[in-house]
Ligand binder design. Structure first.
Ligand code: NAD
Ligand code: UD1
Length: 337
């Protein structure tokens, strides 16, 4: 029996493949390599000493999905495949609605055809409305403000309706906070194409000399030092959360949402300073205007994941900085080396 991982060559997917393989599961990956490289999967095999069966193709392609379900005994699916750049989603909303929604609908339909009804879905903290108070709990008001976030919200709704219509389904909606870091081996990590949008890859590219300086988007937020505060979570902790979520889906029915975060906020300057302390490398910065759509402070209450999934984050901000730097310095151009 295998677990199908869509988008398994990507940042979170590749780390999750490692943890699934190490937990004893067989893993089948489907990825169209739109935002990733097959090399990531070779490195997953190197880390674990186990093989990954890889299908290069699009999750929107039902014929391909049928081939995968016919050729393998799939027990459950982890669905990472999707586009994730917020700014791009505002400029090209149809590209996001089409890829993220159609791939999910195709996947659910083919899973139903093959009687596979256990699914873990990559949702995001971005589904929470901006006027909630922190820490965020799963029952709080939802409301995304950009097309990317709306795709996550719409998919959550679709999956809730699906589970309500057939009690054989079990779906875990995992709301990730801010995944950063990399595997301890330094072999896999985040490899953004072009200039990074997110803070940690930006910091590490300044450190490695690819970018000149960090722009700190605003220092007049309601936080300890005025810079935005987020709940950064080590990608390996996040990956382990998927192993727990798969176990939960295999033994349950219904649809439930879980925050995967640490419960702690770290500001932009705190993260930059921790990175400099851990690596000994300077990261020059300037204060820049606020970025549209950003909130003061976002962090999770992760208690439900602990209670129901028996999962909690263990790694520290220092681990996240150290592991990001090992990956970045060993692979200055990501997988493009
Ligand atoms: P990623 O871009 O590294 O991984 C996504 C993978 O899906 C890529 O390998 C890409 O090639 C593949 N893909 C995209 N569309 C596809 C399609 N139609 N068919 C087949 N493959 C396809 O992103 P990631 O950071 O690993 O994120 C994984 C998931 O988690 C995404 O759904 C993302 O929206 C979600 N998420 C990510 C974050 C984050 O900060 N990284 C936060 C919250 C949620
Ligand atoms: C962003 C997305 C969110 C997505 C998440 C993970 C937006 C508005 N939100 O979250 O939907 O789920 O990424 O992919 O884009 N910052 C700087 N300088 C930079 C980059 C970021 O100061 O160059 C600051 C931001 O203002 C923020 C913090 O760093 O305060 C974290 O930013 P980022 O890493 O982009 O994550 P989010 O904005 O939380």
């Amino acid at each position: 029996m295998s677990i199908l991982v869509t988008g398994g060559a990507g940042f979170i997917g590749s780390h999750t493949c490692v943890e699934m393989l190490e937990a004893g599961y067989d893993v089948v990956v489907v990825d169209n390599l739109y935002n990733s490289c097959a090399e990531a999967l070779h490195r997953v095999e190197k880390i674990t000493g186990k093989s990954v069966k890889f299908y290069e193709g699009d999750v929107c392609d039902r014929a391909l999905l049928r081939t995968i379900f016919s050729e393998n005994e799939i027990e459950a699916v982890i669905h990472f495949a999707g586009y994730k750049a917020v700014g791009e989603s505002v400029k090209k909303p149809m590209m996001y609605y089409e890829n993220n929604l159609i791939s999910t609908i195709a996947l659910i339909n083919v899973m139903e055809e093959y009687g596979v009804r256990k699914l873990v879905f990559s949702s995001s903290a971005t589904v929470y409305a901006g006027d909630n108070t922190v820490p965020l709990t799963e029952d709080m008001k939802l409301g995304a403000i950009n097309p990317y976030g709306k795709t996550k919200l719409f998919i959550e709704e679709i999956l809730r309706d699906l589970c309500a219509s057939n009690s054989d389904w079990c779906v875990a909606l995992l709301r990730y906070f801010n995944p950063i870091g990399a595997h301890k081996s330094g072999l896999i990590g985040e490899s953004p194409k072009g200039i990074p949008n997110n803070l940690m890859p930006y910091i590490s590219q300044v450190a490695v000399g690819k970018l000149e300086k960090l722009n700190v988007f605003g220092n007049d937020y309601e936080t300890r030092d005025g810079t935005g505060s987020r709940d950064y979570i080590h990608v390996v902790d996040l990956a382990k959360g998927h192993v727990k979520a798969i176990e939960w889906t295999l033994g349950n029915t219904g649809c439930d949402a879980f925050n995967l975060g640490t419960g702690k906020g770290t500001t932009v300057l705190e993260l930059r300073n921790a990175f400099v302390d851990v690596t000994g490398i300077d990261v020059p910065y300037v204060i820049a205007p606020r970025r549209a759509g950003d909130l003061d402070e976002v962090y999770a209450l992760p208690d439900k994941a602990k209670r129901v999934l028996n999962w909690q984050a263990e790694l520290t901000i220092q681990d996240m900085c150290e592991d990001t730097w090992r990956w970045q310095s060993n692979n200055p151009s990501g997988y493009d080396e």
